[in-house]
Every structure is written in C-alpha cells, then in structure tokens.
Design a protein around this ligand. Sequence first.
Ligand SMILES: [Zn+2]
Length: 322
Amino acid sequence: MWKNVSKGSKVFWRINNVTCSHKSHLALSEYVPACPAPNPHQVEQLQDFVSRSRRLFVMTGAGISTESGIPDYRSEGVGLYSRTERRPIQHAVFVKSQAARQRYWARNFVGWPQFSSHKPNAAHETLCKWERAGRLHWLVTQNVDALHTKAGQCRLSELHGCTHRVICLGCQTVTKRSELQERFLILNPSWNEQAHGLAPDGDVFLTDEQVANFQVPACTKCGGILKPQVTFFGDTVSRGFVFSIYEQMNQADAVLVVGSSLQVYSGYRFALKAQELHLPIAILNIGPTRADHLATVKVIGRCGDVLPHILLRDQWQEESQS
Ligand SMILES: [Zn+2]
C-alpha cells in the first residue's frame, strides 16, 4: 500500500494511480482549517465504498463550501463562532421586529454581490458528475449557498432552503433574491456601504447609524413581509419535507456524508435514519462528527482534496486493470 511521503512542507499521497500533493498543516484559505494529508488506507476504503454503491445518497454541509471561500459557523479557529462575536439571526426575532428585518436586509443587501458570486469547487462538480453517471441517487445539503445548483445538480433537496430565493410570509410567493436586489437599489439609491466581513448566510457587519435609513420593500402581491427562503435558527424544517428526503434515502443503497460535523440534529437525523434502514455510512470531513460511531468508513480530509479522486465503479475497474 502507498504511504504518504513528506518533502519539505509538502506531503505526497497517491490514489488510483494519481499522485497528489498536500501542504500538510497549513490552512488552505482564511476559511478552510489546517488539515493533515488524507490517510491512504482511509481513502482506499472510501474508494471501495463508492465503487460498491449503485444508488448513493449524499449529504453535504458547510465543509464542502469553505473551499469556495464561504465561511462556516463551527470550524475550529476559522469558523465564524471562533472568529467573531456575531451570531445568526433568530427566526422569531426576524418575524417580530421590523428593526431587526431592516438590519438583516441592509447587511444582506451589501453582502449579496460577493456572496452570490461564489463558484462551485471540484467537490461540487464531482458530485454532479456522479449524478450524471446515474450513480448518485439523491443529494441533501445543509448549505444555503446554491453551489450545488450552480454546479448543475438536479436530484437535490436544500434542507435549510437557499439564500438565492425569497419567500413572502403573507402569501408564500417565492421570488428570486436577485430581483429583490434590484428593488433595494431603486429604493436606496444613495446606499453605498462597504461589506466588513461575510457570514455564511450572506450577512455582513454594519453599525446602527448605517442601517437606520435603509428602505425594505414588501411583497408586490400582498404587501407581506419578505424573508430569505432559508430556515433561520430557531425555526424548524417541515416534517413533510424531511419525510420526502427519507423516501429518497429509502431507495438508496449507501449514504455518504461530505463536509458536515452533523452537530445539529437537523442533519444528524439523516445518519440515524440511515442506520435504521441498515444502510452503510461513509463520512468525509476535516474534523470529528457526531455520527463517527455509526460510520463504516471515515476519511479525515478536505472535500476538494479527496472527492475528485474517487472514481465510479466502471472507471475504477478500468484503473484497477491497467
Ligand atoms: Zn405576499
């Protein structure tokens, strides 16, 4: 078996006849924690796991998007909870307080051009390729950044919604976030504040004075309150939606968790469901997860380092024979 080889600050590892280099203990960017090179034995186990599956169910979390430059909340040292005092808005506060909504939308307006411009990375693209090859049965993501959609993923449930959509709390009409940006610009022609740090939900940091005059439009159909179509903290995902995702899992033959610590029950319950359905579980994540004890395969590594090198059954057989 191939063992990791160190040369200077780089570690070389090998999978499926490809040699990969890895800057071992350096953070990849401001938002991606430092991480050792993947353990070749673990990667081989993951390769075997994926090769055996014909109808894979994949669950993704913030760890797949940090490599696209989107900070997460929980990563040690680099997550927003570690770096700042800021906490995401609570659902009840947004619904009850006009001032809170004004603050939320003012920050969201400033952060939108940058937040909406993030691009999917090699890990998102790999999962999309698996779908096109007919091997990925369904994907559920905890992320609200639209990166799977941008990569072209179709068989997808966005568990916590998506920041690229807006819902009216009065008539439930869903509109595009980009259209709301146009309305903000018309209502706030002189508003030209700079972003001072980006949060996972597109929120940015502004002072009270800066938001005091920000104009927030209402629903064009009913005059209702507009909210991102995202599950805020303190809100719950509907049972019907969760059951529809369980249905997809029920048709799968294996479950792969990518870039999630599964710390929040909202995500952890899918690992519990997989166990109940007697589906094997593999986990690819930088740090420990709440479901490590349920997994048959665990790879410690960055999603973008590992996933693009995992081949599907046919490709893998070709490689094995060559
Ligand atoms: Zn409405």
